[in-house]
Design a protein around this ligand. Structure first.
Ligand code: SAM
Length: 250
């Protein structure tokens, strides 16, 4: 899979060389390319922003450099046979980034991210490329960051860990919070490791019982309790057919 990022702060994307994404790159499972938007400017100061039409505070990113950057990145990827491009535009006014969307994007072969700064990108850039390729405006939460680079780090990590061969144990995202698997959209319950007693606190007895049926039941009950306490909206969205009698009692 190919991830491309166009940013005025390419150094901000340095964590893409670390940990899970970095290892996937090193193994060749991921091809990550970070581009400096300013290389597509033509003035002495490498200007990427200007004052907003209609007045108001803040600056807006100029369409010229973005258009040139996207055309160049798209042409290079097409020549390299990268597949169908998907443009991911981080913005607080986008659709929410969810585990489901991460899964959909993980199935694609080529993602291009356009993290902005200031008040965002001149709208005509979005209109131009929306008609030429698949484009998603995506928000990582109901708050406003100073720039989209941190949002790109969040999204690329969530997507990369779903790619085949990226996690050491392919099963490990099956029971994650929000995963579509056995826990069907619930939050994951608490987890424990050795020692069996820490500062007088014992690991729940059922987890050391060796009884797989009881352990599975306990995990599901804990997931239901935690979801009801922290995210009652998720419980309300559960398919009633996916709940058993014991779930309803929990
Ligand atoms: N004035 C804009 C608004 O209220 O929608 C916010 C602009 S923000 C200061 C600059 C950039 O940071 C955005 O264009 C976007 O790329 C990124 N950004 C900020 N918050 C974000 C969020 N919650 N999700 C995704 N990207 C975000």
């Amino acid at each position: 899979m190919r991830f491309e990022v166009i940013s005025i702060f390419p150094e901000y994307l340095a964590p893409l060389e670390l940990s899970l994404v970095g290892k996937a790159r090193a193994r060749g499972a991921l091809d990550v390319r970070v581009h400096d938007l300013r290389q597509w400017t033509h003035d002495r100061h490498h200007t990427v922003d200007d004052t907003p039409y209609g007045g108001g505070p803040g600056m807006v990113m100029k369409p010229g450099p973005w258009g040139e950057a996207l055309d160049a990145v798209l042409a290079e990827g097409a020549a390299a046979g990268a597949g169908e491009p998907v443009l991911v535009v981080p913005t607080p006014s986008g659709r929410p980034f969810t585990q489901r969307l991460a899964g959909e994007l993980a199935a694609r072969s080529w993602l291009i991210f356009t993290p902005a700064r200031y008040e965002g990108i001149d709208r005509r850039v979005i209109e131009e490329y929306r008609h030429r390729l698949e484009l998603h405006e995506v928000s990582i939460g109901d708050y406003v960051l100073a720039g989209g680079e941190a949002a790109v780090l969040v999204m690329t990590e969530a997507i990369a860990r779903l790619l085949p061969g990226v996690l050491g144990n392919a099963e490990s995202h099956r029971d994650d919070s929000f995963a579509p698997g056995a826990m069907a959209g619930l939050l994951e319950g608490p987890v424990y490791t050795k020692p069996p007693v820490w500062r007088g606190r014992e690991v729940p007895e059922v987890l050391v019982s060796g009884h797989h049926g009881r352990i599975a039941r306990w995990r599901r009950d804990e997931a239901l309790r935690r979801t009801a306490a922290h995210r009652p909206d998720l419980i309300a969205g559960c398919d009633p057919a996916a709940l058993d009698k014991h779930d309803l009692a929990t």
